[in-house]
Design a protein around this ligand. Structure first.
Ligand SMILES: NC(=O)c1ccc[n+]([C@@H]2O[C@H](COP(=O)([O-])OP(=O)(O)OC[C@H]3O[C@@H](n4cnc5c(N)ncnc54)[C@H](OP(=O)(O)O)[C@@H]3O)[C@@H](O)[C@H]2O)c1
Length: 201
């Protein structure tokens, strides 16, 4: 499956788009059905997928509440988040003034942390997780799903168009040579990377 790369960014940076971008697109539009005026909670906005999720939810016209650590707060604000909650300082539920329409969970969670997120969604709302499933109570009236991204030429072409239009930016935290790949993997496994890391041959 092929889509022309965006012209507005270096070709190497475009490599950050397909997996993270398609995951974000499908979480926001297909499964989350995010629309103008909704309140959306993005849990894990500082990661590679999160950067696209925040921007696409804003593009859809939603109010975005995002969780991010100190190192990612500035990037997440730049991406358009209306409110940023430092998940290392407090549980996001303590910072919310009322339930959200949609929760998009982008991080692996312990069972207690996943259980604490579910009640933050209003009855009739939606939960989409790309990592640990977040299960609402059976009588909560909340639709919840766990999704796996798929290749989709139309979705990727739409993302490229938004990059070229300057609506979506690609949050590259660093570019490394191929020889550093193993180090980058180790850093990622240790939770020490953020945004997208580009590997250049
Ligand atoms: N289902 C699918 O199709 C699919 C597709 C792609 C990825 N995934 C999975 O989705 C997850 C996210 O992918 P990714 O590429 O975005 O990962 P990533 O870039 O490695 O995410 C790292 C970020 O997660 C944030 N984070 C870690 N713990 C957090 C917490 N408790 N609360 C809030 N934020 C937290 C950190 O943010 P700060 O910098 O703010 O601390 C960090 O920047 C991974 O588990 C990945 O395997 C699933």
């Amino acid at each position: 499956m092929l889509v022309a790369a965006p012209a507005a960014v270096p070709l190497a940076n475009a490599a950050a788009l397909p997996l993270a971008g398609l995951t974000a697109w499908q979480a926001v539009f297909e499964h989350g059905q995010v629309a103008a005026g909704q309140r959306v909670l993005v849990n894990g906005a500082g990661g590679g997928v999160g950067g696209f999720v925040t921007q696409l939810a804003k593009y859809a016209g939603a109010e975005v509440i995002a969780t991010a650590g100190a190192r990612s707060t500035e990037a997440v604000r730049r991406q358009g988040a209306d409110h940023v909650v430092d998940y290392t300082a407090m549980p996001v539920g303590a910072a919310l003034d009322g339930p959200v329409d949609t929760l998009l969970n982008l991080v692996p969670l312990s069972s207690p942390d996943a259980a604490a997120l579910a009640p933050l969604v209003r009855p009739g709302g939606r939960i989409v997780s790309i990592a640990t499933p977040v299960e609402p109570a059976v009588d909560a009236g909340v639709t919840a799903m766990h999704m796996v991204a798929r290749n989709d030429v139309a979705h990727l072409a739409a993302l490229v168009e938004l990059v070229d239009a300057g609506v979506v930016t690609i949050d590259i935290s660093e570019s490394r040579q191929l020889a550093a790949l193993a180090d980058v993997h180790r850093l990622s496994e240790a939770g020490r990377t953020r945004g997208k890391v580009i590997i250049i041959p």
